[in-house]
Design a protein around this ligand. Structure first.
Ligand SMILES: [Zn+2]
Ligand SMILES: [Zn+2]
Length: 65
């Protein structure tokens, strides 16, 4: 019953560089975020410390173990 939902990620375009590539997205222009991708509620996509300046909530890696 208590099986934790397996996390699934999707690619979202980095809002900081809008796909051009920057340090926040490892120069790929995209970041992996928890699906369904939703904008950071702190900055609404503008980028802040909570979303690693990508504008997305649930960024993979940064806040996962
Ligand atoms: Zn970027
Ligand atoms: Zn943010």
């Amino acid at each position: 019953m208590e099986t934790p939902p397996s996390k699934c990620y999707e690619k979202a375009r980095c809002n900081h560089c809008e796909g051009a590539g920057c340090i926040y997205c490892d120069k790929t222009g995209y970041v992996l975020v928890q699906a369904p991708a939703c904008k950071c509620r702190h900055c609404e996509g503008d980028g802040c410390i909570y979303c690693g300046f990508t504008g997305w909530a649930g960024l993979k890696g940064k806040y996962d173990e």
